[in-house]
Design a protein around this ligand. Sequence first.
Ligand code: HSE
Length: 295
Amino acid sequence: MPSATIRVPGTTANLGPGFDTLGIAVKLFNRVCVTPAGKPGVRITSVIADDARAGAEQMLGEAAALFFKRTRTAKFGFDISLTGDVPIARGLGSSVTARLGAVAALNELAGTKLDRQGLLELVTELEGHPDNAAPAIFGGFTAAGMVADSVRLLRCPVPSKLKFVTLIPRFEVSTAKARKLVPLSFSKADTVHNLNRSSLISAAFALGDYEALRGCFDDRVHQPYREQLIPQLSAVIRAGEKAGAIGGWLSGSGSTIMCLTLEKPDAVASAMRRQLKDSDVHILTADNGGVTVVR
Ligand code: HSE
């Protein structure tokens, strides 16, 4: 059997108040190459960061097992390599690039039993929430959630005039640890605050009314509780806004901080970086294509 190579975009999830629901794919990509092997099991030939090898082995083993079970495909062992620019544990969807890349590659090798919706159902089951999986698969802006036992997904394209100024700190944040900090219940006022803003964000992207996003990324459900892991969060967002950004948010569970701007992306990037020098800053645009098979 030949090998299959998949390109998966990184993603920025939550967009502030859209916790576990909203996401956007960005033009930062990982590549996953799967080659069937003679012996059973998963053998990782290269990973993005060497310290992630042990975690990746388990994660990819689980992804493959679920793929074989759901598609009733006879199991086969494989070699897998993960390369690219989406860093691990920075809130840019690296776990989805690995899980989705593996599953999409196995899907190619097994005769494309799953369509994009099928990939979404499977990767959401692995991840526990669809907010990174949905944009990584379909591209663009996505709103996604479980509705009656399946993942409901609505998307719209995002134009290249919108710049995503992406500040990636040198430190990692564990999603599991960051999720433990989110409270189990919220006041009526905080719930309504987030419902307002999350709905407004969806409507603004659907209508292409990006100025209406100003002030809407302000979250009360997870960012205030996670700020102890990323103490510069508010200062970086404020600096970006002062330099001209429409607004900013913690990307996924961090550590990346994202600002969205229609103007002066370089000034926004410099202002953000002044607040957290130990970081890399990229000016990205959205990826509207989603996961692709590399021919
Ligand atoms: N919505 C998720 C979270 C994204 O904020 O925990 C990280 O996978």
